[in-house]
Ligand binder design. Sequence first.
Ligand SMILES: [Mn+2]
Length: 277
Amino acid sequence: MVNFPSEEEFIEMIEKSKQKSLAKDPIVYIKPPVILLGDIHGDVESLVKGIKLAEDENIEQIILLGDVIDRGEYQIEVFLEVLKKRENLQIIHIRGNHEDLSISNRFGFIEVIRKHFSEKVVDKIGEYFSSLSVACIIEGIAFCAHGGFPLGIKDLKQIRKDGPVVENQITREILWNDPVEGWKNYIEFENIDDFGDLRIDNPRGIGYLFTKSQAKKFLEEHQLKYLIRAHIALRSGYIWYNDYTLSVFSSASGPYKGFERAQLIINEEGELRLKKF
Ligand SMILES: [Mn+2]
């Protein structure tokens, strides 16, 4: 347990980090090298270790693919660590479906915040969530987001940031969509590779499922090769669903004890390397 900051200090830290995010567009465009981490879900050790590995590799840009909070044992600690590291490192914190007051109110984070701090901090956290970019494009290489891409989107300029509770349909899809392969053990599909233009509701209740061919089409339209996302708990730390879609998971304690967390390194040449840690 770390010493928590005072309410005033905490609000100031969140505000500073929020200002950094506000300066960024809804989609952040970068060039490699970069290191990416998937869901952290309150596992402070995985966060610290994942960032340390980036520093060891001399890679300055770090993408957190969202869901840093909720579920795990160290909610405030993880959030503080993200804020602190963002002061000096180039950390792009992409919004996950848990970076939303309605979700984090149900899965642990806001409850523990309320034990230690007032409603002012909760409001400030909501502002921080709203400030976050929702996707990152590694130029010529990958579309990175927590869940996926919005089905049927014509122009990426339609992608916007959203409020403390995500309500925009496009943003909801980016934060919640899943590859259909991730659900194939749970639901029966006639043809997993191609639904055509059918919209299959995500069994999570928000967003849709997308197929390999839909991912391929989206990536080709934007001259990208890979969709890199998180959002699904993976015992193996990562999984390639097909040639285009990769999921990374970086939490290994609390509800995910025993999981093999992973991170993705993309070097200057745009080559992908997955590393368990
Ligand atoms: Mn998620």
